[in-house]
Write a protein of this length. Structure first.
Length: 564
């Protein structure tokens, strides 16, 4: 049979066949199998979104497979190649390597060069000599792209093969050649030229290249300046070619750039999630966990986090554990929470190791074992976890599960503080203030109290306010002292409220103001501060009803500790 159909013809056949389907999977399969081709992307996602989770009607993808099978039986190499690709990757069909090879072999019998190349790719690990011969034959039959695979078997002429492969103008071949040129570039001019090749590959349709360019601009990799707009441009282009990694990255970037208008970001994260991208599922679940807009959102968060976790995406383990610990989207269950933490800890996720360590430290849902807690914190810290470093410092400071060692505690706090972890900054400041593991240094203490305050630590703000009030380690400034004490009070610090009340009551560094003093002391008392309560008793004989009620109430349980 003479091959008359093109890739675009097959895509159109597939699209026509699935019209009317009420199964989201049909439209998602259409996108998945597009392989960097321009398809009816928006229309497919619109229909997939409409029918997501409904599951009405029978899927029409089997009809698509049947039509291509008929074409293959009639001698269409293009249909054979497409079916082989689907069975190799499991797109719309159950993954089956034998069937994939059989379809490629049928195409080879008709001397289809791409089928030679595809068959070679499938056997290159198990039978490299056969793969090499197949790549060479594909080139002889006119598939110059196969040079990029043949290159691995002819190292002496490696870059020559890569250059010839790129001349095919196939996006993936252009990407591979450009990537090698970038890796081998010695001068700025060579790097610039290689980067231009990457852009050509991206514009030609290589979604992987688009993703790489997006991350390069996002983080300033490969010598390019950080530029969110350029990053978003390339992630969007990758997404338009059906790349789910690009969709997830674009959603996360938009969410970070404009958190007050999350709709577009959530749309892209949802697309990535439907496509099965584990990171997209995690980011979507994370957003719904922390920023729920409807009653259904917490439950949806659990669904996406579990879906991501089932693909072994490690951060999902920790957030699932937190959801069960706090009862967000599910009933609170400390045992279930620590099951997820344990899975993550075994997988090497540092946050899960910290959470498991805290569980062992307090005996929550797991046996109390301080030595095991210390070891888990140590493991997390060795991975560079700032939280792990802080917790490890606490065990050294308190002698919990390990011999007390203030110098090691100080070193842990310092490393954590240098990673901008607010609790480590605060602990480091206290170490300098009290000379624990280091010589007393009020200037250094003030600097780290300021660092912790800037990161939002309320207790650090109190200390910093008192430092400014008394000129400890900093130049005395009542205005700055009041600023930081009020900032801490706004964060709910009863100590800051009491200190403000005392400041106005004593009238030494500010104008005496008994009404202002009473107002701040009342706020501190309403938060349960014992000294403020006593002050109210002594200075306000006619106590308000809220205070009488407060004095009769017992302290409420604070629940399970998240941190120490």
């Amino acid at each position: 049979m003479t091959e008359t159909c093109t890739d675009a013809d097959l895509d159109q056949l597939i699209w026509t066949t699935i019209q009317g389907s009420q199964q989201a999977s049909d439209y998602l399969n259409y996108i998945r199998q597009s392989a960097d081709r321009e398809i009816l992307f928006d229309e497919a996602f619109e229909l997939a979104s409409q029918h997501w989770a409904k599951g009405a009607g029978e899927p029409l993808w089997p009809c698509v497979v049947q039509k291509l099978e008929v074409m293959a039986q009639s001698g269409s190499p293009k249909a054979m190649l497409r079916l082989g690709y689907w069975y190799r990757h499991g797109y719309g069909v159950e993954k089956d390597s034998d069937k994939a090879l059989a379809y490629y072999k049928s195409g080879m019998e008709l001397f289809d060069a791409r089928c030679f190349m595809a068959y070679g790719n499938m056997v290159k690990k198990s039978d490299p000599s056969t793969a090499c011969a197949l790549f060479q034959r594909a080139v002889e039959l006119g598939c110059t792209m196969a040079h990029i695979y043949w290159a691995d078997y002819d190292k002496a002429n490696y870059m020559d093969h890569m250059a010839k492969g790129a001349l095919s103008r196939e996006p993936h071949a252009m990407y591979c050649y450009a990537h090698d040129c970038l890796a081998n570039a010695k001068t700025d001019k060579e790097k610039e030229s290689a980067f231009d090749l990457l852009k050509e590959a991206a514009k030609a349709g290589s979604s992987s290249t688009c993703v790489e360019l997006g991350f390069s601009h996002l983080y300033g990799f490969q010598g390019v300046p950080e530029d969110n707009n350029s990053s978003a441009y390339w992630f969007l282009k990758a997404s338009r070619f059906g790349n789910s990694i690009g969709m997830a990255a674009l959603g996360k970037l938009i969410l970070r750039s404009d958190p007050k208008n999350p709709e577009k970001a959530i749309e892209w994260l949802f697309k990535a999630s439907m496509m099965g991208d584990s990171q997209g599922q995690f980011y979507l679940g994370q957003y719904l966990h922390y920023c729920p807009k409807t009653e259904e959102d917490p439950g949806q968060s659990i669904f996406w986090l579990e879906t991501s976790a089932n693909q072994q995406y490690k951060p999902a383990y920790y957030l699932l554990g937190e959801a069960y610990r706090q009862g967000i989207g599910v009933e609170a269950d400390s045992v279930k929470a620590h099951e997820w933490f344990n899975v993550g800890a075994d997988a090497g996720h540092p946050d899960c190791q910290c959470a498991m360590g805290i569980g062992h430290l307090h005996g929550v849902a797991v046996p109390k074992d301080e030595e095991q807690a210390h070891n888990l914190f140590m493991t997390a810290s060795l991975q560079g976890s700032a939280w792990g470093l802080y917790l490890l410092g606490r065990t050294y400071e308190d002698g919990t599960g390990v011999q007390k060692d203030l110098e090691k505690a100080f070193d842990c706090y310092k490393q954590g503080a240098e990673k901008n972890y607010e609790k480590a900054c605060f602990a480091l400041a206290l170490a300098y203030l009290y000379g624990e593991g280091v010589k007393v240094n009020y200037v250094a203490a003030a600097r780290w109290f300021k660092a912790a305050s800037d990161l939002g630590h309320p207790d650090a703000k109190v200390y910093l306010g008192l430092f400014f009030l008394n000129g400890t380690g900093v130049e005395e400034s009542v205005d700055k002292a009041i600023y930081w004490l009020k900032s801490a009070a706004q964060d709910g610090s009863k100590t800051a409220m009491r200190e403000l009340g005392t400041l106005y009551f004593e009238g030494e560094k500010v104008r005496l103001d008994l009404e202002e003093a009473k107002r701040w002391m009342a706020q501190a008392a309403s938060h349960g501060d014992p000294a403020a309560i006593q002050w109210i008793k002594d200075n306000c004989p006619e106590k308000p009803q809220w205070l009488n009620t407060l004095l009769l109430e017992s302290n409420k349980s604070q629940g399970e500790p998240k941190d120490i």
